[in-house]
Design a protein around this ligand. Sequence first.
Ligand SMILES: [Zn+2]
Length: 151
Amino acid sequence: MQKDLVEHYPYYKSSQMKDIGLFGVDEVEIQGVKIKMDYTPCNSYGGKRAWFICPVCGKRIMKLFEIEKEDSITLGCRGCLNLTYRSTRMTLDRRASYKKAKRIVEISKLLNINRVDIERFRMWKIRKRKPKNIYIKTYQRLYQELKELVC
Ligand SMILES: [Zn+2]
């Protein structure tokens, strides 16, 4: 299942509660939902840090996200609302480039092209040399695919 990006949803920060005069309360009401608060000491200034308690999983959280669907509002932490950061998506790109690298190795083995040749290939210096055990059509298709992958 594809996760939604957190950037697309509004959220409330537990630290903002202080700004609206709600520091130290046990509970706040957000969008009609009662959210429990918790406080832990912060080491640096001897003050206290405010937390929301996720209404779904009960964990202490600093960001409470809001999703509006069909006129109803759901509040919860990122995990409970199945939201993800853009950076998590980046691993998908990395996975794609890994797949690409694997395919380059595969084709170059089939076409009998070694690493050095790939570099030359990239620089358009290699000549077409069809291995004897490959059909010309297959060779052309693989050659074209490799060209697109490395150039
Ligand atoms: Zn949660």
